[in-house]
Design a binder for this molecule. Structure first.
Ligand code: TXA
Ligand code: MG
Length: 330
């Protein structure tokens, strides 16, 4: 299969919608990362997503909609607080997990009785959903386990020859994925921190729990948290600011080519085998660059990437979540 890349205009979106309607796959920009979309209600189309990404079939997909009423087609028992969140945060980077209706095929939800739904804020994503006339199931458009794509070029690197079309709408503005919030439990639980922060959700909902990173609980609640994710080819090491320099020195002594993502700390002179990237101290700027920098350091051919830990508040939680998962050994 040849993968077409089209700059976004009306004709390109019309072509993309036609591919979705006929059961094909299209990668498109959202405000968080690029998604790999198919008609969420068409089992055969959704199955192709898992095959293209090499994603396990029990890792459920997020269903994207363009109008809040479409939620009624997908979810039953929609509590009042869900509508409050919809009013406040949609369109935007908040995904709600609710009990699914019979219209949603089991393949879309990885066999679960719940469905994850969000209305993206990116105008191209919404136009595509509207023109397609169906909700669009879309995980991040990367090969399973790789860093999520924030440009059309990243999608092409991972999925060339496996999908029909990539809509190129430029780099995505947020850079990390949506917050996944489970509303089937009380208090609600954040299964994946993201663009809408814990602090902001607590203001609306009062108590909100955060899924513990303990593997057993994580695996039960959110199947997607079981594996190494977001990972560059190089080994990733997360370092506290105070230990960064020592870790880098030792890796260099072992003859490794080292990439460093530094935000606060300082490093001594940079010898040949060191690629240093200074990350922004502003957390939204940091999030926007995170996956792109991981891919860039891979392209430099480093053996190990040492990343300085960031503070865990606001978007810092989403950043640290992705970094920890990228460090896991399996
Ligand atoms: O920002 C985003 O959310 C991007 C863009 C494309 O919208 N999408 C995205 O999808 O990140 P994906 O498939 O890479 O991540 C979806 C996450 C996975 O961790 C999955 O396990 C979880 O959401 N998830 C989906 N449906 C679920 C459900 N019914 N119950 C619990 N977790 C669910
Ligand atoms: Mg993903």
């Amino acid at each position: 299969m040849r993968t077409e890349v089209l700059s976004v205009n009306d004709a390109a979106i019309a072509r993309a919608a036609q591919i979705i309607r006929s059961g094909g796959l299209v990668a498109f920009p959202t405000e968080t990362v690029y998604g790999l979309g198919a008609d969420a209600l068409n089992e055969d189309a959704v199955r192709k997503i898992f095959i293209a990404k090499e994603r396990p079939f029990d890792d459920p997909l997020i269903v994207h909609i363009a109008a809040a009423q479409q939620l009624l087609l997908l979810a039953r028992h929609i509590p009042q607080r869900a509508w409050e969140l919809v009013k406040k945060f949609w369109p935007g980077p908040l995904t709600l997990v609710l009990p699914k209706t019979e219209r949603v095929p089991a393949v879309t939800t990885g066999g679960l009785e719940t469905v994850a739904v969000r209305m993206p804020g990116h105008p191209i994503a919404r136009q595509l959903i509207e023109l397609s006339g169906c909700p669009i199931a879309a995980p991040s458009a990367n090969r399973f386990g790789r860093p999520s794509p924030t440009t059309a070029q990243h999608v092409l690197e991972d999925l060339d020859g496996r999908i029909e079309l990539i809509l190129d709408g430029g780099p995505t503005p947020i850079g990390v994925e949506s917050t996944v919030l489970d509303l089937t439990q009380d208090p609600p639980m954040i299964l994946r921190p993201g663009g809408v922060t814990l602090e902001v959700l607590q203001e609306i909902l009062g108590e909100v729990r955060l899924l513990s990173s303990a593997k057993s609980e994580a695996a039960k609640r959110s199947p997607g948290t079981r594996w190494r994710h977001y990972a560059p080819r190089a080994q990733l090491v997360l370092a506290e600011p105070a230990e960064l320099e020592q870790i880098v020195r030792e890796l260099l002594k072992d003859g490794k080519r080292v990439g460093v993502m530094i935000s606060q700390g300082r490093l001594p002179c940079s010898p040949d085998r060191l690629s240093v990237i200074h990350m922004p101290s502003d957390l939204s700027e940091y999030a926007r660059l995170l996956f792109r920098v991981l891919r860039e350091l891979d392209a430099h051919g480093v053996d190990v990437i040492v990343v300085e830990a960031v503070e865990e508040h606001g978007l810092g939680r989403a950043i640290m979540d992705r970094l920890r998962k990228a460090c896991q050994s399996s």
